[in-house]
Design a protein around this ligand. Structure first.
Ligand SMILES: NC(=O)NCCC(=O)O
Length: 422
């Protein structure tokens, strides 16, 4: 789909892997029947007004809207055969005298689950592998260098339930899903970020929420464990795993320095900053989040992180509504229910110059591709000087004080505030 092109109004139904196989969810909860904000605006605004609104909503890259780049015929054929959206864009940077451009092609995959959550676990996982495979092949056929999948892509996001049986989906870092992706990484000379539910067999079978980095030779480069675990709404993830113990690693790959800020970590500016301090050029944010809770935050937080830290961000969210067999509550006064609500997709890229791609659909599976010249990171540091002007020592000092039990907030009260009037 070309940027600005109208998409089909969302009159169809989506299957969602609910308890009843192929159960259909009406699209009424969408933004007025459109697949994305971009399609709603392009369908409803005059072209010159749409251009001006897009200038502010999506920004400009080197004073122009992002270029749409062609998708290869073989990738297009896969997307038609397997019914997923595919879109491709290009972030460029100024030409430099002393450095060659460093253009990498990056891909993001969003998808719904396939089978009902009542199906045997191995069938559920196998069906997701099968669904995602042609999408990865489309990325490979498109020459994608670095690809990231969504958070815990190999299972339903069952952490709302608090039922421990979903732990059976957990895998060691070198488990089934990693091995599945290693073959594809090697075949397509592609780095793949593989966010899984991890079982740490060397530490008492502990469970973590982890992203495994697979190198372009199919090797395991390393792993990062989710730093911030939500305790909000139905996101009862703290029942399953603890805060990660891997710090803020940046992985130097054949195609650039990458890091992973897993889902809820995107609400924590220091988390984003730490990946930047370690030199990340692209930070992925594989997520699972629902409209009612976070949709207004979604386009802002990633874009802000990209600007503040002078790196690219790739944001991914799953799609669909996943219905679980047993109703649950989360202590928030809501009646018992059996699903999280709608995972709204809307995966997109943000760049350090405040430009960003339109988002993928709120409903459909999709592969979003973007070329990015990594030289843009340093060019923005030079232009805005955010690193240089950051005054880290001020904040290092404040934080050192803040974590002490005897910390007193620096508050200067108006002396007249508590004075009795005579
Ligand atoms: N998966 C996850 O951490 N979700 C929390 C909700 C949110 O951060 O939007």
């Amino acid at each position: 789909m070309e940027k600005g092109q109208e998409e089909t109004p969302a009159t169809a139904m989506v299957t969602n892997g609910g308890v009843g196989s192929g159960e259909a969810i009406g699209r009424d909860a969408s933004i007025c029947g459109h697949e994305s904000l971009n399609s709603l605006l392009s369908a409803n605004l005059a072209p010159d007004v749409f251009r001006e609104v897009s200038r502010l909503l999506l920004g400009l890259n080197r004073a122009a809207p992002l270029n749409v780049i062609p998708v290869s015929d073989s990738a297009k054929a896969l997307s038609l055969e397997h019914d997923f959206d595919i879109q491709a864009f290009q972030f460029s940077a100024d030409k430099e005298v002393l450095r060659e451009p460093r253009v990498v092609r990056v891909g993001l995959i969003q998808n719904s689950i396939v089978l009902p959550t009542t199906a045997p676990f191995s069938d559920q996982k196998g069906a997701i592998h099968e669904k995602v495979k042609p999408m990865i092949e489309a990325a490979g056929a498109s020459g994608v260098n670095i690809l990231c999948l969504q958070e815990a892509w190999m299972m339903p996001f069952a952490f709302c339930t608090r039922e421990k049986r979903w732990c059976e989906f957990a895998e060691p870092v070198d488990g089934e899903s990693t091995r599945f992706l290693q073959k594809l990484a090697k075949k397509y000379n592609m780095v793949i970020v593989n966010p899984i539910l991890e079982r740490d067999v060397n530490h008492g079978e502990t469970i973590w929420n982890t992203a495994v980095i697979i190198g372009n030779h199919g090797n395991i480069v390393g792993k990062h464990r989710k730093n911030h675990i939500p305790r909000v709404g139905d996101f009862n993830e703290s029942t399953y795993y603890m805060e990660g113990n891997t710090g803020h690693p940046v992985f130097e790959t054949a195609f650039g320095k990458i890091a992973v800020n897993i889902c809820y970590g995107r609400h924590h500016p220091l988390n984003w900053m730490a990946f930047g301090l370690n030199g990340a050029e692209i930070v992925f944010n594989p997520s699972a989040t629902v409209g009612e809770l976070s949709e207004p935050m979604w386009p802002i937080e990633a874009r802000n992180a990209a600007i503040a830290n002078s790196y690219f961000v790739g944001s991914i969210n799953r799609v669909g509504t996943e219905v679980f067999p047993n109703p649950f509550t989360s202590g928030d006064g809501k009646p018992q229910h059996a699903d999280f609500g709608h995972f709204y997709g809307s995966s997109h890229f943000s760049a350090p110059d405040a430009s960003c791609t339109p988002s993928l659909s709120r409903y459909r599976d999709g592969l979003l591709i973007s070329d990015m010249d990594l030289n843009l990171c340093r060019q923005l540091k030079d232009k805005w000087g955010f690193r240089m002007t950051s005054r880290y020592e001020l904040y290092a000092d404040l934080l050192t004080q803040y974590v002490k039990p005897e910390f007193q907030p620096q508050v200067i009260s108006d002396p007249l505030l508590h004075k009795k009037s005579s």
